[in-house]
Design a protein around this ligand. Structure first.
Ligand SMILES: Cc1ncc(COP(=O)(O)O)c(C=O)c1O
Length: 280
C-alpha cells in the first residue's frame, strides 16, 4: 500500500480523505505544488517547498507543519514507496469551513503519484497551442483552480493542440501549466516578466540560458508572435518543449528551431548535473 502524508502523519493511501465541508471542495480555495523525482531524488526540492509556502502565505493558509518537517516527511514517503520517476503533489486546502466561505483549519496532504511520460514526438516535433483571452487571478499563487484549462480540453483536442496560451489586454502571460518563451528576430529569448506563475523550470532555464544567450523578462505582446522565430514552453514534465504552431500561425518553419533544440539539450544536461549533486 502506498504511503501518503495527511497533516503531520504518514498514512496508508486508502486513509487519505478531506471533509466535504472543506473550502477546497466548496469554493476551489487551496494551493499546491508539484515536483518530480529523477530516480528517487527530488528535482528542485527547495524551490518547490519555498513556492508552496509562499502560495500558502498569500492565501493566508497556515500549514500544519513547517518546512523542515514537511521535507523530512516527504523524504520518508519517497523511501517507503520506491516509485522511481514519479511526482510529489503537496496540497493545502482552505480547511473545513463553518460558513461555507470562511477559511477553516487547512488540511495538508501529500501524494506520491506515477507520471505518465509525455509522447516523445512532443519533444522532437513540438506542440501546437491555442490562444485564449484569460487572466489568472493572483498569478504568483499556485492555486488548485485550473477551471479554464480543464473546461477547454475538448476544444483544445478538437483543434489538435496541447494547451491554451493565455493573453490579456494584448499581453501574453503563460500556458495553463507552463511558462512560455519566444525567440525574437534578434535571437533574444523573451518571456513575460509579470503576471505569471514563477515556474521553477522557468527560473532554472533562464539562468542556464543566460550563459549563452540574451534573455529578457518583460511584457510580451500578442503582436510579437508573428515575428517570433521560435517558441517553447517550460515546466516540470515538459522541461523545454518546442512550440511549432499557435492558432493558425506557424512558428518559424514549423519545426523546433536551433536555439530551442540547443536549450533542450543543455537543460537535460543541467538536470543531470543537478541530480548528481544531490545526496543519495
Ligand atoms: C500556471 C502555471 N504556470 C507555469 C507552470 C510551470 O511551473 P514549473 O516550472 O514550476 O512546473 C505551472 C506548473 O504547473 C503552472 O501551473
Amino acid at each position: 500500500m502506498l504511503k501518503y502524508i495527511l497533516n503531520d502523519q504518514i498514512i496508508d493511501q486508502d486513509k487519505a480523505f478531506v471533509h466535504v465541508s472543506d473550502l477546497a471542495l466548496l469554493r476551489g480555495y487551496g494551493v499546491f505544488d508539484f515536483f518530480r523525482l529523477v530516480g528517487l531524488k527530488p528535482l528542485y526540492f527547495n524551490d518547490h517547498i519555498e513556492r508552496f509556502f509562499n502560495s500558502a502565505d498569500t492565501l493566508r493558509l497556515k500549514c500544519p507543519v513547517g518546512r523542515k518537517r514537511l521535507k523530512s516527511l516527504i523524504l520518508e514517503i519517497i523511501e517507503a514507496n520506491q516509485i522511481e520517476h514519479s511526482g510529489i503533489r503537496i496540497v493545502l486546502t482552505g480547511g473545513e469551513s463553518t460558513t461555507g466561505y470562511s477559511i477553516g483549519e487547512p488540511t495538508l496532504f501529500v501524494i506520491n503519484e506515477s507520471i505518465n511520460p509525455l509522447p516523445e514526438y512532443h519533444f522532437t516535433q513540438g506542440i501546437k497551442l491555442i490562444t485564449h483571452e484569460y487572466l489568472r487571478e493572483l498569478p504568483d499563487v499556485k492555486s488548485i483552480n485550473y477551471l479554464m484549462g480543464i473546461y477547454k480540453l475538448p476544444e483544445i483536442k478538437e483543434k489538435g493542440a496541447l494547451d491554451l496560451l493565455f493573453h490579456w489586454g494584448g499581453k501574453i502571460s503563460e500556458v495553463t501549466r507552463s511558462n512560455f518563451f519566444i525567440i525574437d528576430p534578434n535571437d533574444k529569448i523573451v518571456t513575460a516578466g509579470e503576471g505569471v506563475l514563477r515556474g521553477v523550470n522557468r527560473k532554472h532555464v533562464i539562468s542556464m540560458a543566460r550563459e549563452n544567450f540574451n534573455v529578457e523578462e518583460r511584457d510580451m505582446f500578442v503582436h510579437e508572435l508573428k515575428n517570433a522565430e521560435e517558441a517553447f514552453i517550460t515546466g516540470t514534465t515538459k522541461k523545454v518543449m518546442p512550440v511549432y504552431q499557435i492558432d493558425d500561425l506557424v512558428i518559424g518553419d514549423g519545426k523546433p528551431g536551433p536555439i530551442t533544440s540547443k536549450l533542450q539539450k543543455l537543460y537535460d544536461d543541467y538536470i543531470d548535473a543537478y541530480i548528481k549533486q544531490q545526496p543519495e
